[in-house]
Structure formats: structure tokens, C-alpha cells
Design a protein around this ligand. Structure first.
Ligand code: CP
Ligand code: NVA
Length: 315
């Protein structure tokens, strides 16, 4: 029998819960430096390449990773679902083993979260979750960075999330928990964040002193908050549920009346793309409290810190 070597131990970024609070802090500081000085003279990722394997569409995630690698001296290889056929043309594990031989890291955007976990188990290079049905840690990283930039690192900062307890909500829960701040989530019945994320957020919060509360009432969540966050009511892959969801989320729109309950200097966040007129109104997303385009820009800075750390550590 031939012994096979397990892939060398490698750090992945499948969940924000993969980071310690100290690692998050280091990434945030590095992202601040990279925002100030975007093109490091030493081109730290020269000759290195990141693969992007996406089962779903993307604007921000794809372009921000591509530009992150350009600015750090490396390259990206984008692979569409039609080309790779992850799990259909070839097993997930075999795609991971092959791409590990060519690339220095892989960003995966999948439907099933298990696909990303399975890929990571067979990959000998870092795997970054570029969104799954369950989580969006790259968004969470940029969100923590944006909150920190606008509101500081004070433990008293309160974030209200109103809408669907989805992938973006799950990652925000872990991010705010790691940052030691307060998150109040309000969702309709049946659309709460999943138990495993509630438990993980609670576990992190016990260590960092954060508070994560889940409720039903948007007004209670938003009252006195420093940040008001929402995301679409229907995520990619849920198109069949549109009518049912639209009915369930009535009363969960972030509009001027709801925002008026937050602090006067509260900021409005949304990961984008937005379905204007559904989860958020035009006057709010285009209003003076909205930071959504800074938030989108921050994907670039936060991910540069992430890839420099993950890929740089695995030469
Ligand atoms: N926020 C976000 O991940 O956007 P894309 O789906 O366009 O990548
Ligand atoms: N919840 C959304 C986020 C898009 C970035 C979705 O999964 O479609």
C-alpha cells in the first residue's frame, strides 16, 4: 500500500470564525496601511496567482480580488462555472488538488457552503470563501473595517441589522462579535440566522465582551444604533421564493422613518447589490448617512490585507 501525504497544514478563510480577535486586529491595521499606501513598493505577491472559481455572479468580489492581486504584484485567474463544472465535470476534491498545483490561493463562490468546506479539505493552498449560501466572510471583513473607520473600535458601538438572517448577516454576527461590539439583529419569523452561527457568535462574544442579540422588532434594533445595516430579502439562488419573501419582509424596510430612530450621526450600510424600493429606499441609500460605496471600496483594502497575509505566509 502506498502511503499518501495529507496536504501540508494551510490556513484557509472559510469563516470569519477562523480568525482570532488578535488576527482580525492585525488585518484591520494592515488594511488601514494599504488604504493609505495602496501599491507596496516591494510587490509582495510578485509571481503569485489567485484563482477565482465562481458558481454565482459577482461584481465587487471578483473585481476587488483581481485589483488586490494587481496592486500587490500578483495575478488572478478567473474560472466561470461553465469551464470548471465543480462537482459535475470533475469532483470537488480533484479540482482542489489540481488547482493547488498551479495557484497560490483560491477564492470560491459557491451555492452549498459544504462545497467550499470540501474544497478546503483537499486544497494544499489557502482557500478563501468568496460567498456561500451560509456565509460571506470577505464582506464581513470589509464591514468591520468600515465600522471601525467611521465609528472607531469603542466597545459601545452598536450595529443594527434589519432583514434576512442570511449569509451576510451570519458573517456580520461573527465580525462584530470578534470586534467586541454590539449587534442587534431583527428578522421576520422563519428568517432568523442559523443556530450554528448564533452559537459561534455567542462563543466568540463570551471571550471578547461583545453582545449579539436576535429579535423580531426592527424599531427596537435600530433605536439608538450607530450603524444601520440591511441586505436583500432574496439572495442569489432564492429566486423561486421571491413572492413569499416579499410578503414576509413587509415592515423590515430600511427607510427614513426607521432610520430616524437611530443616532443622528448613524451610518447606513449595505453590502450591495441592493434591491432599491425593497429592503432599502432610494432616499436612504443615496442619502447623507449612507456609506455603501465606501463600504464597497473597502472590500479592496481589506482583501489586500487578507491575501498578503494568507499567501505571503505560504511561500
Ligand atoms: N457584496 C458582494 O459580494 O458583491 P458581489 O456579489 O457583486 O461580489
Ligand atoms: N445575500 C446576498 C449577498 C450578495 C453579495 C446573496 O447571497 O445574494
Amino acid at each position: 500500500m502506498t502511503a499518501t501525504l495529507a496536504p501540508a497544514r494551510v490556513r484557509h478563510f472559510v469563516s470569519l470564525g477562523d480568525l482570532t480577535a488578535e488576527e482580525l486586529e492585525l488585518l484591520m491595521r494592515d488594511a488601514t496601511g494599504l488604504k493609505r499606501d495602496p501599491i507596496p513598493a516591494d510587490a509582495p505577491l510578485r509571481g503569485r496567482a489567485l484563482g477565482l472559481i465562481f458558481e454565482k455572479p459577482s461584481l465587487r468580489t471578483r473585481v476587488s480580488f483581481e485589483m488586490a492581486m494587481v496592486q500587490l504584484g500578483g495575478h488572478c485567474a478567473y474560472m466561470s462555472p461553465a469551464e470548471v463544472g465543480l462537482g459535475r465535470r470533475e469532483s470537488v476534491a480533484d479540482v482542489a488538488r489540481v488547482t493547488s498545483r498551479y495557484l497560490d490561493g483560491i477564492v470560491l463562490r459557491t451555492f452549498a457552503h459544504e462545497t467550499t468546506e470540501e474544497f478546503a479539505r483537499s486544497s494544499s493552498v489557502p482557500v478563501i470563501n468568496g460567498l456561500s449560501d451560509l456565509s460571506h466572510p470577505c464582506q464581513g471583513l470589509a464591514d468591520v473595517f468600515t465600522i471601525r473607520e467611521r465609528k472607531g473600535t469603542d466597545r459601545g458601538v452598536t450595529v443594527a441589522y434589519v432583514g434576512d438572517g442570511n449569509n451576510v448577516c451570519h458573517s456580520l454576527m461573527l465580525g462584530v462579535a470578534l470586534a467586541g461590539q454590539t449587534l442587534r439583529v431583527a428578522t421576520p419569523a422563519g428568517y432568523e440566522p442559523q443556530q450554528r452561527y448564533r452559537e459561534r457568535a455567542a462563543e466568540i462574544a463570551r471571550r471578547t465582551g461583545a453582545t449579539v442579540e436576535i429579535g423580531r422588532d426592527p424599531a427596537a434594533a435600530v433605536r439608538g444604533a450607530d450603524v444601520v445595516y440591511t441586505d436583500v430579502w432574496m439572495s442569489m439562488g432564492q429566486e423561486q421564493e421571491y413572492e413569499r419573501r416579499r410578503r414576509a419582509f413587509q415592515g423590515y424596510q430600511v427607510n427614513a422613518d426607521l432610520l430616524a430612530l437611530a443616532k443622528r450621526d448613524a451610518i447606513v450600510m449595505h453590502d450591495l447589490p441592493a434591491h432599491r424600493g425593497e429592503e432599502i429606499t432610494d432616499d436612504v441609500i443615496d442619502g447623507p448617512q449612507s456609506v455603501v460605496f465606501d463600504q464597497a471600496e473597502n472590500r479592496l483594502h481589506a482583501q489586500k490585507a487578507l491575501v498578503r497575509w494568507l499567501l505571503g505566509a505560504h511561500r
